[in-house]
Design a protein around this ligand. Sequence first.
Ligand SMILES: Nc1ncnc2c1ncn2[C@@H]1O[C@H](COP(=O)(O)OP(=O)(O)O)[C@@H](O)[C@H]1O
Ligand SMILES: [Mg+2]
Length: 127
Amino acid sequence: MKKVERNIIEVKHLKKHFGQVKAVDDVSFCVKEGELFAFLGLNGAGKSTTINVIAGILQKDSGTVLIDGIDIDAHSEATKTKVGIVFQNSVLDKKLTAYDNLSLKAALYGIRGKEFLVKIKRINGLT
Ligand SMILES: Nc1ncnc2c1ncn2[C@@H]1O[C@H](COP(=O)(O)OP(=O)(O)O)[C@@H](O)[C@H]1O
Ligand SMILES: [Mg+2]
């Protein structure tokens, strides 16, 4: 049986203006679960602004954003934990080891202690 495709991200009529600058002006799109989605545009097209709104870093002016069916306005904490971002530039702390960097980032997502050790073993291929 064919798997039912569901929208993991839905952006509807998103607007974000900075004064006179219409950074994002009525943008709508959907990303299906498991889909590789490329969001391309010229410099200043509004890509980062859109991503920052989806990630809950920036407040939108209007429109709707659903993450896994959940409205970011109604449940901002729940949706923030579902979104991960890999930034354009490295955000690793050079003073920490790779392990400590992972431990720190995991803790920000509430993954600590035994749960962290289980996950780190799995990505190291030890389990
Ligand atoms: N914090 C801000 N204050 C004022 N203008 C901004 C701000 N962030 C982005 N802009 C403007 O909004 C537009 C879209 O920027 P941005 O989302 O960074 O585009 P992109 O990521 O596609 O290059 C640009 O004109 C940019 O100068
Ligand atoms: Mg950008």
